[in-house]
Design a protein around this ligand. Structure first.
Ligand code: ASP
Length: 438
C-alpha cells in the first residue's frame, strides 16, 4: 500500500462544513495517514482569515488597544466548528494560555499567528481520531532563520515513525532560541512538503479550492483547462502564473526526494487535479504545457558599436543593477545590442539614477527604455523535441497582428519567452492558446 501526506489549505478547513468534507476525503483513502492543516481561512468572500485576525491581535496588543473582543471572535469560530461537529476541545483552557502570553508580553507575532494552525490541528485530530503531533517539536530553523532541513528531517522522521496516523499543524516550527517561528505566509504548504519527505510518502496531496493549475489564466482564456501533469521545471518557468496555488518553497523538499505533488480541490474531490513531478508529461504528444505571463516590465535597451568585443560589458551593466538591488528577468542580446528586462516594481523610483549610471559607466551609443512591456512564457518539456513549436507560436502572434518586442529562449529549451506591449498582452496569450491544442 502507498503512503500519502495530505495538506488542507485555509478554505478547506474554514468551518464545520468544510471539515466534514475533508473527513470524508481522508476516510475514503487508507493511504492518507499524515494530515497537515492550515488555520481556518475565508468562509465566504469578504470574510477574514484567522491568521489575519491573529496578526491584528498582535497589532492591538503592541498599541495598547484592547484586544479581548477580537480574541473572542477567534475563539468563537473554533468553538462553533467544534460544537457543530460534536467534538470536545477545551478551547477555554487553550485561550487562557494565549491570553496569559499576551498579558505578560511574551506573545510574539509568530507565536500568535501559529496558534491558528495549532488550534485547528487539535480539532482535526479529534475529528479523525488521529494523533496530534506538534510541528514545534519537529520543525527547526537555523540561526539565519532558514529551515534547518537536515535537523527537521531527522526529528520528524523519528517522531512520526511512532504514529500510525497524525495531524500536524502547518506554518510553524521552532527557532534556535526555542521560540515559535513561522514560515512566510502560505507556509503550511512547506510543512506538508517536509512531512512528505520525512515519512517517505509516495504522494504529497495538496488540497485547496481549485482543481489544479490551469494551462492559461482563466480571466483571459475562460475555457482554459487544468493541467493533468506538469514537471517541477515547467512549473518554475510558469512562475509568472501570478496568484500562487502553491508556496514556492514547498517544491524543494519533495522534489529532492522525488515525491510528486497532487493539487486537489476539496470542493470537487472527483477532479483528478494537477500532478507535479520530475517527469511531467512524457507522452510526447504535448508540445506545450502552459502559458503564463505578466504585465508591467521595463526593457532597458542598450546599443554600442563593437559592444561584442568589449570585455566585461555585460558584467558592468549587471553590476549597476546589482548595486541598485534590482533583480533581472531576462537579458536578450544581439551583436552590438543588449536589453535587460526588469519588473517595473524593481526599478520604481530609481530608474533615472540607474540610467544615469549606465550612461556614465557604459558610454552607450543609445540607451532607451520601454516601461510598457508584458512578458509571456510559453512552456513545455515537449518543445525540446518537437520542431515547429516556435513557428506555430510566432505565426499565431503575426496573424493576430501583434508586434513582438523581445524574444528569449531558456537554455533548457522548455520555454519561449516573448515580450509584447502591455496593450497586446491579453490578445497575445489568447492567440498562443488558440494555436495549440490542450
Ligand atoms: N495560515 C497561514 C497563512 O494564512 C499559513 C497557511 O495557510 O499556509 O498564511
Amino acid at each position: 500500500m502507498g503512503l500519502k501526506v495530505a495538506k488542507f489549505g485555509g478554505s478547506s478547513v474554514a468551518d464545520a462544513i468544510q471539515l466534514m468534507k475533508i473527513k470524508e476525503i481522508i476516510e475514503a483513502d487508507d493511504e492518507m495517514r499524515y494530515v497537515v492543516v492550515s488555520a481556518p481561512g475565508k468562509r465566504f468572500s469578504g470574510d477574514t482569515k484567522i491568521t489575519d485576525l491573529l496578526y491584528l491581535c498582535k497589532t492591538h496588543m503592541d498599541h495598547n488597544v484592547p484586544y479581548d473582543q477580537l480574541l473572542q471572535v477567534i475563539e468563537d469560530r473554533y468553538v462553533a466548528a467544534a460544537v457543530s461537529l460534536g467534538i470536545d476541545v477545551d478551547y477555554e483552557r487553550e485561550f487562557d494560555i494565549i491570553k496569559a502570553a499576551m498579558a505578560d508580553g511574551t506573545a510574539t507575532a509568530d507565536y500568535l499567528a501559529s496558534r491558528g494552525e495549532y488550534l485547528n490541528a487539535i480539532l482535526v485530530a479529534k475529528l479523525l481520531g488521529y494523533d496530534f503531533v506538534d510541528a514545534f517539536s519537529m520543525i527547526r530553523f537555523n540561526k539565519k532563520g532558514k529551515l534547518d532541513d537536515a535537523e527537521t528531517d531527522r526529528l520528524m522522521s523519528q517522531e512520526l515513525a511512532k504514529h500510525e496516523n497524525a495531524v500536524i499543524p502547518g506554518f510553524y516550527g521552532q527557532d534556535i532560541d526555542g521560540r515559535v517561528k513561522t514560515f512566510s505566509r502560505g507556509g503550511s504548504d512547506i510543512t506538508g512538503a517536509v512531512v512528505a519527505r520525512a515519512v517517505k510518502a509516495d504522494m504529497y496531496e495538496n488540497w485547496t479550492d481549485v482543481s489544479g493549475f490551469l494551462v492559461a489564466d482563466p480571466r483571459i482564456v475562460p475555457e482554459a483547462k487544468p493541467m493533468a501533469n506538469v514537471s517541477y521545471q515547467e512549473l518554475r518557468e510558469l512562475s509568472y502564473m501570478g496568484a500562487s496555488v502553491l508556496h514556492d518553497e514547498a517544491i524543494y523538499p519533495v522534489k529532492s526526494a522525488d515525491i510528486p505533488i497532487n493539487i486537489r480541490n476539496t470542493n470537487r474531490p472527483e477532479d483528478p487535479g494537477t500532478i507535479i513531478s520530475t517527469e511531467g508529461d512524457r507522452s510526447g504528444n504535448r508540445p506545450i504545457t502552459g502559458i503564463a505571463g505578466s504585465k508591467n516590465f521595463t526593457s532597458i535597451n542598450i546599443s554600442k558599436s563593437m559592444m561584442s568585443t568589449e570585455v566585461g560589458f555585460i558584467r558592468r551593466m549587471t553590476a549597476i543593477l546589482e548595486d541598485f538591488g534590482v533583480c533581472v528577468e531576462h537579458v536578450p542580446s544581439g551583436v552590438d545590442t543588449v536589453s535587460v528586462i526588469v519588473s517595473n516594481r524593481e526599478v520604481e523610483g530609481k530608474l533615472d539614477e540607474i540610467l544615469e549610471e549606465m550612461e556614465r559607466v557604459l558610454k552607450p551609443d543609445t540607451l532607451e527604455i520601454n516601461d510598457n512591456i508584458s512578458v509571456i512564457a510559453t512552456v513545455g518539456e515537449g518543445m525540446a523535441y518537437k520542431p515547429g513549436t516556435a513557428a506555430r507560436l510566432f505565426t499565431a502572434l503575426a496573424e493576430a497582428e501583434i508586434n513582438i518586442k523581445m524574444i528569449d529562449q531558456g537554455s533548457s529549451e522548455i520555454n519561449i519567452i516573448v515580450g509584447v506591449e502591455n496593450k497586446d498582452f491579453e490578445k497575445a496569450v489568447k492567440a498562443i492558446y488558440d494555436a495549440f491544442e490542450f
